[in-house]
Design a protein around this ligand. Structure first.
Ligand code: XMP
Length: 327
């Protein structure tokens, strides 16, 4: 396979020209590897898989089938954006699977964070494999592996996320067109492929999604409170120039209630916790200094617009001692 390892002397892709040259080279390589055959891709809507999709659409067009599994733990508007960008704008073959009920039913009553992660990962593979079996003649599996994934799996830090896990009888040849790139390079390449900036420059989002921001047993109503409060936070950060400046920001709705008052009557509802941090490598992180008036505005919006919430808290804790996510 071409470009299996990042050459030691490879120039870092920092300009549109370098990105264009990389894209042209990869498109030739992809056409040579794939020929007239069919390719499958699990498209999460994250940066890496989106860039791989855009690259393959350019290289082999409708020989590519993308499968977008909505596990019910995505942020507000995410599945809609994947459909709009890839099906409507880029004219990709996109299979959209709304597996929300399947995931949430399996997760019902499960409180242990690692068990929750395992259920989400395992169910994802099952849904994806089921969709793959419905398609005829697929010989290739495309993946958004990037260079740090390879380095980390070589060092034994984490298992290389991808192909691992598909059933034994499903054998595909791998297609990994951004495998020698660092994240910042993937973003520039994505921009040059015509992906929206909001998609290529988006903040990190964990695979188990909002599931790790709904600590303990996930319920649909509390999950909805996480999704709605997160959407308000993102909207306000974008309006106030913090999008792209703050590394990662989100909300968490813990599984406890406290007393409040609304329209003269007692309430007993959840708090929303706001987390906003800056880091370079996610190993340590500092808390963002959110302006007090913005904080007050967030409290007002969240307590009036999000159902089941009567309090807003700000997490002032750096990493360490806290991790960035809550589970
Ligand atoms: P922590 O919580 O460990 O997070 O300080 C560090 C960074 O990793 C992300 N994260 C995950 N990403 N699957 C992922 O794909 C996961 O299970 C996961 N857990 C944490 C987190 O969002 C942060 O950017």
């Amino acid at each position: 396979m071409p470009n299996d390892r990042r050459p030691d002397d490879m120039v870092r892709i920092t300009t549109p020209e370098l990105a264009d040259a990389f894209i042209a080279e990869q498109i030739d390589a992809l056409r040579a590897q794939i020929g007239g055959k069919k390719v499958l891709l699990a498209l999460s809507g994250g940066v890496d898989s989106s860039v791989v999709a855009a690259m393959l659409i350019k290289a082999v067009g409708d020989q590519l089938t993308c499968v977008h599994v909505n596990h019910g733990l995505l942020r507000k508007g995410e599945p809609e954006q994947v459909i709009e960008v890839f099906r409507n704008q880029m004219k990709a073959n996109l299979v959209y699977v709304d597996a929300t009920d399947r995931f949430l039913d399996k997760l019902a009553g499960v409180t242990d964070p690692e068990t929750k992660r395992k259920i989400i990962g395992g169910e994802f593979i099952e849904v994806f494999a089921e969709e793959a079996r419905k398609l005829d003649g697929i010989e290739f599996l495309a993946q958004g592996t990037i260079w740090p994934d390879i380095l980390e799996s070589e060092k034994g830090i984490k298992a290389h996320h991808n192909a691992g896990g598909l059933p034994e009888d499903m054998k595909f040849e791998l297609v990994e067109p951004v495998k020698i790139l660092f994240k910042d390079e993937v973003r520039i390449v994505g921009e040059r492929l015509g992906l929206p900036a909001g998609m290529v420059y988006r903040q990190p989002f964990p695979g188990p999604g909002l599931g790790v921001r709904c600590p303990g047993a996930i319920t649909r109503d509390r999950l909805e409170a996480v999704r709605e409060s997160d959407a308000i936070l993102r909207e306000e950060f974008a309006k106030n120039g913090l999008e792209g400046k703050v590394w990662q920001y989100f909300t968490v709705v813990p599984d406890f209630k406290s007393t409040g008052i609304r329209d003269g009557a007692r309430t007993f509802d959840w708090p929303v916790i706001i987390r906003a941090v800056n880091t370079t490598d996610a190993m340590t992180a500092e808390v963002e200094d959110i302006p007090f008036d913005l904080m007050q505005h967030l409290v007002k919006r969240i307590t009036t617009e999000v159902k089941g919430v009567n309090r807003v808290l700000y997490d002032f804790t750096p990493k360490p001692s806290a991790t960035i996510e809550y589970e």
